[in-house]
Structures are given as structure tokens and as C-alpha cells.
Design a binder for this molecule. Structure first.
Ligand SMILES: Cc1cc2nc3c(=O)[nH]c(=O)nc-3n(C[C@H](O)[C@H](O)[C@H](O)COP(=O)(O)OP(=O)(O)OC[C@H]3O[C@@H](n4cnc5c(N)ncnc54)[C@H](O)[C@@H]3O)c2cc1C
Length: 393
């Protein structure tokens, strides 16, 4: 295979998987990305990865600190509700593989954490398989940290001195439970650049894990950290700037970035996500400013690319002939099947190349794709597959 110059637009689960596969297959890879997408806000739970992961998927999952147990994991959210998942950030407590007898849940003077409710939820959902008990640890956080968001506490726990104090509070409290407690459930705080769940588990001698994060918390931050380390290790060239336009230039493709840079390559992998990453928008139409805003919504891409078409259910977005544009009912009416807003994206042919413009050197993956499930697993698996198709094109 000749050495290819591939641009990967986007660095969420799909772009990262594609860039990893392409770089280790010998391509020169440039990744262009800006700001956070859905993956950076991800909660640590992986759906959309049914069955046994392929050897390539398993290798990447492990590099990203994600476990894929042989049977579905059972994870907890902030309400103590258990739910199944195909895989998860390895800091999350999987009660299916940990098989705890008694889970301790701290009560903390913090509005975002209701230990009593989580323990009650856990008991209700455990179906008698294990018990849950609250444990008061008021000094687990320093007074100044009480109002911090979870992600900031996770970053603070990358520091060894802060960890020592945190561990000391826990060791002291857990002494009473030494022979009965088998697991400790914590908020999503267990480190970012230095994942802390396993070291803490070793120090305390019980299973330790987090609940699934809320928005912009530890799991997404850990992903970003591991992704950046992976790119550095693979020698992937990274351009952190918003892409404003994609142009074809003979046999090559050219991206114009907000920074003023031009990035060119022989191949392009589009993994720029959807509404969450800001790749898709519902703009206001300036010419009809007297019309109520909700009647002016026409989803479109936020960058210029003449060969990418926005649509859903296999069709370009149909504007219903009204000067007012698409109505919210057209876009999101849940009674008519899956919400259209969830399905909107870039239309693609069966081989993942752009619909209506059969370009063998372009592939689309992840949330960017119209009609694709919006899951971490689908984005990761789709990123690897799109990269393989690009290599075989
Ligand atoms: C709060 C939340 C909870 C979730 N919960 C779950 C769950 O429980 N289970 C599950 O499986 N999935 C969950 N998901 C969904 C999952 O995280 C996404 O489906 C997946 O991460 C999408 O990855 P992606 O790479 O396709 O897109 P993204 O992660 O959105 O990445 C898009 C990338 O494109 C870049 N980009 C966009 N436009 C431009 C531009 N013009 N120029 C340069 N760069 C650009 C962004 O910077 C970003 O790097 C959740 C998502 C969120 C937000």
C-alpha cells in the first residue's frame, strides 16, 4: 500500500478510532478538531458494542481504559439505578463482575450527591443479590472543594498529596466495615491523568468504583487525556482549530481552518459529530426575522462542504414548502417513530462514502452519520470500519 495522507476531521470516539487504525496501518494522519464533542461529555457507559469485540476493537478499548466484560456490565447512575451496558470506563463500578455483598455509599454535604437515595435505589434494584449501606464521610472533601464540579474534583485527585488525604479519610471510616463491606461506590472523581480507581481499591482492600458521570465529568476527561497520549505516541499530527470549509482540489482534499491554516490530504475521514459537537446547527433565517424563531429552523452543517448532504431516513432534509421552513413537529415528532433530530446527519451510501457524490477517498463515521445510533460503541466500531474501507478504496 502506498503511504496515504489522511485527514481525520473530529477527535471523539469515531475520529480517535479511525486515526488510531490509520496511523498503525502506516498512513500519515492529521487530526483536525476543535472544542468538545459528545465523547468529551460522555458518562463512561458504552452501548452499541454488542457481541465480542474484534481484536482491533479490544486493543483500542484497552488503550482507552475501557473494559468490555464477556457478559453485560451492570452500572449505576447518580440515582442508584442499575443498568446494563456492553462496556465501560474502567473506573465505573460494575456490580455484575464485582459481585459485591455489601456496597457502601458515602453521604456527603453536597447537593449533587444524595447518598441515602442512591443506597435506597441500589437496594431496590439489586433484587436481593447484594445490600447497600450509607456511611457518613463529611470530611472527604476539603471545604473549598464542596462546591466544585465533579470534573474539577477528579482533576484534583491526580495530585499525590491530595490523594493521600482522601485515602486517609476513607481508610479511617472503612475500618469499622473491614470484614463486611465488599465495595465502595463514589461520585465520578477518580482521577483524570492518573486513574485512581485501581490504586484506591488496592489501598482500601475493597472493590472501588464510580457511578456514571453527569455531563462534562471524569469519564469524558479521561477519554480526552488517553486520546491525546495515544496521538502523541502514534505521531499523529493534531490541528486544534475549527474547520470552516472542505474543498476538493483535483485528487486531494483541502480543509480551511479558522486559525488560517490550510490542511491538505489525499483522503478524508469525516467524524465531526452532530448537534452536540456543533457540526450541525439549527440557524435562524435572517430574511424572515418577523417569523417566530421556532418556525424558522432548518438544520444545516456549520461548515461549507459542497459534497456533504444533511438528511435523515435516507433522504435529504425536505423543507415542507413553507416560507417558514421546517417546523419542530417535522423535526422531532416522537409519535412518528424515532425523533428526526436524533437521526439527522450526513447522508452516506452503503460503503460510508458521501451520498450523491461517490468519492472513494472520503468516508463518514460516528454521530456525523445520518440514521446511525448515537452511542460510543457505534462511533468506535464505525470509526475503525470507516478507516478500513478508506484503506481498501
Ligand atoms: C451526556 C452524554 C451522555 C451519553 N451517554 C451515552 C451512553 O450512556 N452510552 C453510549 O454508548 N453513548 C452515550 N453518549 C453518546 C456518545 O458519547 C456519542 O455517540 C459518541 O461519543 C459520538 O462520538 P463521535 O466521535 O461520533 O462524535 P463527537 O464525540 O461529538 O466528536 C466530534 C468531534 O468533531 C469535532 N468537530 C466538530 N465540528 C468541527 C469543526 N467544524 N472543525 C473541527 N472539529 C470539529 C469536535 O471537536 C469533536 O472532536 C452520550 C453522550 C452524551 C453527550
Amino acid at each position: 500500500m502506498s503511504r496515504r495522507d489522511v485527514i481525520v476531521l473530529g477527535a471523539g470516539a469515531a475520529g480517535t478510532a479511525a486515526a488510531w487504525h490509520l496511523a498503525r496501518s502506516g498512513c500519515h494522519v492529521r487530526v483536525v478538531h476543535a472544542a468538545a464533542g459528545a465523547t468529551a461529555l460522555w458518562n463512561g457507559v458504552v452501548d452499541g458494542l454488542p457481541g465480542t469485540p474484534s481484536p482491533a476493537e479490544s486493543e483500542l478499548l484497552s488503550l482507552l481504559g475501557i473494559c468490555a466484560p464477556t457478559s453485560p456490565a451492570k452500572l449505576l447512575n447518580i440515582f442508584g439505578i442499575l443498568r446494563e451496558a456492553d462496556a465501560h470506563d474502567d473506573a465505573l463500578l460494575d456490580v455484575a463482575s464485582a459481585r459485591p455483598a455489601l456496597v457502601l455509599v458515602p453521604t456527603l454535604p453536597r447537593a449533587a450527591w444524595d447518598g441515602e437515595a442512591i443506597a435506597a435505589g441500589l437496594r431496590a434494584h439489586a433484587g436481593g443479590r447484594f445490600d447497600a449501606q450509607t456511611i457518613a464521610i463529611p470530611d472527604l472533601l476539603l471545604p473549598g472543594e464542596l462546591a466544585w464540579p465533579d470534573g474539577a474534583i477528579a482533576c484534583a485527585l491526580d495530585d499525590d498529596a491530595r490523594r493521600a488525604a482522601f485515602e486517609w479519610s476513607l481508610t479511617e471510616k472503612l475500618a469499622t466495615w473491614k470484614n463486611t463491606a465488599t465495595a465502595l461506590l463514589l461520585p465520578p472523581w477518580l482521577g483524570v491523568s492518573k486513574p485512581y480507581a485501581k490504586p484506591l481499591e488496592k489501598a482500601l482492600g475493597v472493590g472501588v468504583g464510580e457511578v456514571a458521570s453527569g455531563l462534562a465529568a471524569a469519564a469524558g476527561l479521561r477519554f480526552v487525556h488517553r486520546r491525546d497520549a495515544l496521538f502523541a505516541h502514534l505521531g499523529v499530527e493534531v490541528h486544534r482549530s475549527r474547520c470552516e470549509a472542505i474543498d476538493r482540489d483535483g485528487e486531494s482534499v483541502r480543509l480551511t481552518l479558522k486559525s488560517g491554516e490550510l490542511v491538505t490530504g489525499t483522503h478524508l475521514l469525516v467524524a465531526f459529530g452532530g448537534f452536540v459537537s456543533g457540526a450541525l446547527q439549527v440557524p435562524r433565517h435572517p430574511a424572515i426575522s418577523l417569523v417566530p424563531a421556532f418556525q424558522r429552523s432548518v438544520p444545516s452543517l456549520t461548515l461549507r462542504a459542497d459534497f456533504l448532504r444533511v438528511g435523515a431516513r435516507g433522504k435529504e432534509l425536505a423543507i415542507n414548502g413553507s416560507t417558514y421552513g421546517t417546523t419542530p413537529e417535522d423535526l422531532a415528532h416522537t409519535l412518528a417513530g424515532p425523533a428526526l433530530l436524533d437521526a439527522l446527519g450526513v447522508l452516506a451510501a452503503d460503503d460510508g462514502s458521501p451520498y450523491g457524490s461517490p468519492l472513494p477517498f472520503v468516508r463518514i463515521a460516528g454521530d456525523a452519520l445520518a440514521d446511525a445510533p448515537r452511542t460510543f460503541g457505534h462511533a468506535l466500531r464505525g470509526g475503525i470500519r470507516a478507516a478500513q474501507k478508506l484503506l481498501n478504496a
